[in-house]
Design a protein around this ligand. Sequence first.
Ligand code: SF4
Ligand code: SF4
Length: 285
Amino acid sequence: MTMEIYYFSGSGNFLAVARDIAEKTNGKLTSIASVVDKGPIRASADMIGIIFPTYHEPYNGVPLIVRRFVAKLENIDSKYIFALCTYGSVSVNTLNFLDEILQSRGGRLVAGFTVNMPYNMGGSSLNNPEKQQKMFRVWEENLEIIYEHINARRKVRFDTPNVLAGKIYGLIKYIVTPLIFLFKPTTIRHLKQYYDLKNGAYDEMLPYADGTDKCSGCGTCASICPVENIELVNERPEWQHNCEFCLACFHWCPHEAIESTELENTIRYHHPDVEIRDMLRKNKG
Ligand code: SF4
Ligand code: SF4
């Protein structure tokens, strides 16, 4: 059995998770950003994994770049497809929505897993190293279970324990799931600030971002952006309006020079096992 694993990652959480899965399954690891603009994506392996962060859950949670990627998949009707999405607080409909998109391409999401990881837009998990360590531990403890499900090609949905909510996470999910539509108007109102809902594209997800005086003109932000949305002009970053809101530029800038009112008080974070060279675009091909 052959395995292809596609991932999308900004802070490195999802790259770390994807690497762990690839190592266990002997899978071929590919960054979604490296293939999404190259025409149809013809799956050749027997098993396909898709790993990505959950975005704006009441707005279905699947990042645009992942939607674009799935819409280009071909030859997936007889494949074992699994997805693993990481989330900061609660994950409800994301896997179902992904399944809908896959079905429109002739495939099915057979197995889906969710993993609680530090939320890179802020909140208690980012500011609390103990919680972060606990999240990484929970992931390590559940990797074997997830691997066994995948290896046996099981049809399954499995949430790893939620570190923030603990034992009441199941109850929260049970209550929130049927009510998720109530949160949608608020989410859409919020998204309208930086999301072009009509065209289905992020307009400028860091609307107030700017390279401040701390900027050294090093170009890391431009090199790390998975969708080439940053150009250096006069040694300062300029955003090109096709942002995917991964926040890699914000979190990986070595001088913390990128600021945004959206991200006030958000500390810079990246997964401790991922280095900047792993994230650079030239290494993702
Ligand atoms: S990574 Fe930071 S310091 Fe380097 S060019 Fe971009 S904003 Fe400036
Ligand atoms: S501009 Fe920044 S947040 Fe937007 S896609 Fe590029 S790295 Fe990610």
